[in-house]
Design a protein. Structure first.
Length: 442
């Protein structure tokens, strides 16, 4: 068969999308190939990403992009690992540390977690960056080591291997720094291409909604969730989605080592609240999808039992050890990188914490050095923000609202001003935000 996509030039595709045209499957194949083999330059790819953001993509284009990206590398076959293999993916948030909590807990319940994670994207944090704040921790295992670890201890969290959806690797890094993250077809194709290629049987998607989510309205979040579940289930795997709240940071700790610390606190049973609740809900959906429990309530109870028994924390330590990290952090979080100094933010008026512009909290953490401005930037694992109040809390004048953990390269004034503006205090009581907005099943 003659592959007609070989004759298509980057400029043809760019021009068509610039004026809002619908790309054919052949054009999309040419683009994805060009991304992977380097025949499309970064600036051409970036320009097309921006045109896609501006003009959108039809469902047909999105499906084609997803499938071409999934096929741009190896399609993993995890069938050598016994039992059901599950994965979970978040559309991204702030203080969104659920993977570090639910992966060991679910593994304790007998469902294997073969988790492939990403790095920070835009104002959102990434599990890999968080994991790497643990001294010695490696996230670049090859597929054989990944399979062995999932078989032996029941869980692993690694970066997408070089062979897996390589097109997404290129696009993800460019989107992060070109303001082209919050675009439905790009999010769908990015997440699903990896999940389709990664070989798990059960995938639970955590679709965030609110000011710290890629999709900020519930309507858009629901559309994204439905589209992903629809396209995902075409592949024969079991996809479901939970729409969860991101109208304030999920956990109270934002930043890489800080988020690891909070995850450990949850696993150790020292911290309860929204982060724990969402982690257990998502974990319960995985257990239910895998047939290990018959209801979400049963799943939540089983997972909570693994916190109470200490098994979850021990499993987390085992996963760290298996990936070359220092497992003592599970017992002693002072071994994590720590910032040299802190800056406090206090309430200058009394009232109720009315709203938090969560994306700006994420951006403030980024200004401190917790994320990247350019794709080659190094992050500072120690910096970040600890929030002391949640939406709906009553505050008095002078109450501590947040503590910034700052480093040498932090833009502390920029971060402080952004954070100050992100937290709004009002005079009237406000209800606490709903945590779980919806569940989309196949
Ligand atoms: N997570 C991803 O992997 N890709 C996106 O586009 C958004 C969140
Ligand atoms: Ca980033």
């Amino acid at each position: 068969m003659i592959d007609s996509s070989k004759n298509i030039r980057p400029g043809d595709i760019l021009r068509k999308k610039r004026f809002g045209g619908e790309l054919t499957e052949t054009e999309i194949r040419a683009f994805v190939r060009g991304v992977v083999d380097g025949s499309f330059a970064d600036y051409q790819i970036s320009a097309l990403l921006m045109a896609i953001c501006i003009h959108g993509m039809s469902d047909r284009e999105t499906l084609a992009l997803t499938l071409e990206m999934a096929r741009s590398g190896e399609m993993l076959d995890l069938s050598r690992i016994p039992g059901i293999k599950a994965d979970k993916h978040s559309t991204g948030g702030v203080g969104d540390t659920t993977s570090l909590i639910l992966v060991p807990l679910v593994a304790c319940c007998g469902v294997r977690m073969a988790k492939m994670s990403g790095r920070g994207l835009g104002f959102t944090g990434g599990t890999l960056d968080k994991m790497e704040s643990i001294p010695g921790m490696r996230v670049d295992l090859d597929v054989d080591a990944f399979e062995r670890q999932v078989t032996d201890i029941g869980c692993a969290i690694i970066g997408q291997t070089a062979e897996l959806a390589p097109a997404d690797k290129v696009l993800y890094a460019l989107r992060d720094v070109t303001e082209t993250v919050d675009c439905m077809p790009l999010v769908v194709s990015s997440i699903l291409s990896k999940k389709l290629a990664a070989g798990c049987d059960v995938v639970v998607l955590d679709v965030k909604t609110g000011s710290g989510a890629i999709m900020q309205t519930l309507e858009d979040s629901r559309k994204l969730a439905q589209m992903m579940v629809r396209i995902g289930n075409l592949s024969g795997k079991k996809f479901s989605a939970v729409i969860t709240d991101m109208d304030q940071p999920l956990g109270n700790y934002i930043g890489n080592a800080l988020e690891v610390e909070e995850a450990i606190d949850v696993l150790a049973g020292r911290t309860a609240g929204d982060l724990k609740d969402v982690s257990l809900q998502l974990g319960a959906h995985i257990l239910k999808g895998a047939g290990a429990v018959s209801s979400i309530a049963e799943g939540v109870e089983m997972l909570d039992g693994k916190i109470a028994s200490g098994e979850g924390l021990r499993k987390f330590a085992a996963m760290i050890r298996a990936q070359g990290g220092d497992p003592r952090v599970a017992e002693d979080t002072s071994l994590l990188p720590k910032a040299k100094s802190t800056v406090e933010l206090r309430a200058d008026e009394p009232g109720y914490l009315a709203a938090i512009r969560t994306d700006d909290v994420g951006n403030a953490a980024k200004l401190l050095g917790a994320g990247r401005e350019r794709k080659t930037d190094a992050i500072d694992p120690a910096v970040g923000i600890v929030m002391h109040r949640r939406v709906g809390d009553k505050v008095r004048r002078g109450d501590l609202l947040a503590t910034m953990h700052v480093g040498e390269r932090s833009d502390r004034i920029g971060a402080y001003n952004l954070l100050r503006r992100a937290i709004r205090i009002g005079t009237a009581p406000v209800p606490r935000p709903t945590l779980i907005h919806d569940v989309i099943e196949a």
